[in-house]
Write a protein that binds this ligand. Structure first.
Ligand code: G4P
Length: 533
């Protein structure tokens, strides 16, 4: 019987996330990928606002109520003999710290840019997060079937706003109603956009019109003047942009750029072919002791997300573990290094388009869900016995803050318990000011506050309300000199707080305020926007 060896399994895996500003087309691209992976058989099923099918991952009541996908779900499918693990990130206005953290659990990202809008705010933030691990980025410029900005200007914008060099792999011919297709700089062919009706399965068969580029063949397709214009532009592109360099891509110095239209089913398979051929397979990860290579035979992994209440009747929690090394088998015993507790993993689950299945076997790069009742935290490392912890699973400095008001003061104990548990899960961050013990919460997305309010009420029977608080940002403080730290703490006590792990943070009322203080103390004190979980 033909068997695939372990190293080949690793080489044939791709674990990534899609990042974009809301509405750039992340859901549509995801849907087309699932279609290409034969997970879904018609397009238009992943999302349909207001319907129960909107997102198959809408586990929490709040998600159902609001009709949006809050949780980060993981989808596995195969494409051309490769296993694709697509970690979906909430892209709605109400996104959360999970969105950031998931980017530290992938090997590369696909960035989607709306061709009419260019680089938008959310994309900038998400790219900043990918910088932490120098995660390689592939760019897909979407919606070429609509009015689009000039392609060269778009690439200039990406280069200057995101500080990454663009290497076009293909180039659009026209846009909007005159979007004719793409020219592949690699194989020098034009792929024609067929403009068939949406949601027709056969629309995914794209590349049935290849022509070798030369002016003569262009003139056969386009009017004389237009053919000359296209020919000149394509010649220019060939000369202006650097050639693709895999090392620069892997170091995130450059990004390969693709053009297309997700809605028109055009260009996604071209990019996915590239993903399986050139994007990185599961990579090594740092621990506090040594680097773990995926090819090592012992199973290791780390938890990057906790999803609570996936089954409301059982109040269970599922911890998402990225397998870093080894072959995981159903029933395996793994140790949570933080607590020393051994878990017999006979009911670990994985996800196919939101549906859960029991994991029989998993390899590096795969993500498995482990059921637990609060015994696993974000950042936990699982091994077959070795004592080390994966690092680089950060907490991110929150961007929105609220003060908590307890409706019934007798419920203080339950409130504290709830807040500790919710912060360990990564649902919210809790801080206590050191001068007057005020408790305040911090989050990346507004919805996190609503989730906390709901969960405190349902799970801990505590009613709270939020009040505004004049905090613009926080930074974790580190100082090598005890004396300097003491001086600083004396001077700035009203601007200091402790997080739920008792790390010291500086509270700033504005970014200008942070700049003044950090400039004053930068010799001795570091002000960091992330800290290890
Ligand atoms: P998101 O997940 O990044 O938020 O974006 P999503 O895929 O939901 O796309 C946002 C809107 O843009 C959707 O339209 C979608 O149909 C449209 N869209 C995505 N890709 C393309 C494309 O290549 N060309 C064009 N013309 N439109 C595209 P909507 O009207 O907001 O939602 P819906 O009613 O179609 O679901």
């Amino acid at each position: 019987m033909f068997t695939i060896n372990y190293e080949d399994r690793i080489k044939k895996r791709r674990t990534f996330a899609i990042i974009s500003h809301p509405d750039a087309g992340k859901t549509t691209v995801t849907e087309k990928m699932l279609f290409l992976g034969k997970v879904i058989h018609t397009t238009g099923t992943v999302k349909s606002k207001g319907s129960s099918k909107y997102a198959k991952s809408d586990w929490m009541e709040i998600e159902r109520r609001r009709g949006i996908s809050v949780t980060t779900s993981v989808m596995q499918f195969s494409y051309k003999n490769y296993i694709i693990n697509l970690l979906d990130t909430p892209g709605h206005e109400d996104f959360s710290e999970d969105t950031y953290r998931i980017l530290t659990a992938v090997d590369f990202c696909i960035m989607i840019i709306d061709a009419a809008k260019g680089v938008e705010e959310r994309t900038k933030k998400l790219i900043e997060v990918t910088r932490l691990r120098k995660t390689p980025i592939i760019t897909f410029i979407n919606k070429l079937d609509r009015y689009s900005k000039n392609s060269i200007s778009l690439l200039d914008e990406i280069e200057s706003d995101l500080n990454i060099k663009c290497i076009p792999i293909n180039w659009p011919i026209g846009s909007g109603t005159s979007f004719y297709g793409i020219y592949s700089l690699k194989d020098k062919k034009i792929y024609k956009y067929l403009k068939k009706k949406k949601n027709k399965q056969n629309h995914d068969i794209l590349f049935n019109y290849p022509k070798i580029l030369n002016l003569f063949s262009l003139k056969k397709i386009y009017e004389e003047n237009y053919a000359e214009e296209i020919y000149e532009e394509l010649q220019l592109i060939e000369n202006v942009y650097d050639k693709y360099d895999s090392i620069e891509f892997l170091k995130s110095i450059s990004t390969p750029v693709f053009f297309g239209t997700a809605l028109g089913n055009f260009g996604i398979d071209y990019m996915l072919d590239y993903v399986v051929k050139y994007a990185p397979s599961p990579n090594s990860r740092k621990t506090n002791v040594r680097i773990v290579d995926p090819k090592e035979s012992f199973v290791t992994g780390f938890i990057f997300k906790i999803q609570a209440n996936m089954d409301l009747r059982h109040r269970d929690r599922v911890a998402f573990m990225r397998v870093v090394s080894g072959t995981f088998f159903k029933g395996m015993k793994l140790k949570n290094v933080r607590t020393g507790k051994i878990f017999v993993l006979s009911d670990a689950v994985y996800f196919i388009a939101g549906e859960r299945r029991i994991v029989n076997v998993a390899y590096p790069g795969d993500v498995i869900g482990i059921h637990n009742h609060g015994t696993i935290n974000i950042g936990d490392t699982f091994t077959e016995g070795e004592n080390f912890s994966f690092i680089e699973i950060p907490l991110f400095a929150p961007e929105i803050f609220k003060k908590i008001l307890l409706k019934n003061p007798l419920k203080k104990k339950q409130l504290v318990k709830g807040l500790i548990e919710l912060s360990e899960e990564g649902t919210i961050q809790v801080f206590k000011k050191i001068d007057n013990n005020t408790i305040f919460l911090g989050a990346i997305g507004l919805l996190q506050f609503e989730v906390v309010l709901d969960r405190l009420k349902i799970e801990y029977k505590v009613d709270i309300v939020y009040n505004d608080i004049n905090i613009s940002l926080i930074r974790w403080i580190k100082c090598k000199s005890k004396k300097k730290l003491k001086d600083f703490m004396n001077k700035y006590s009203q601007y200091l707080a402790l997080d739920f792990k008792k790390n010291l943070v500086y509270i700033a009322t504005s970014s200008a305020n942070l700049k003044i203080t950090s400039d004053l103390y930068k010799k001795y004190i570091s002000f960091s926007s992330t800290i290890n979980f």
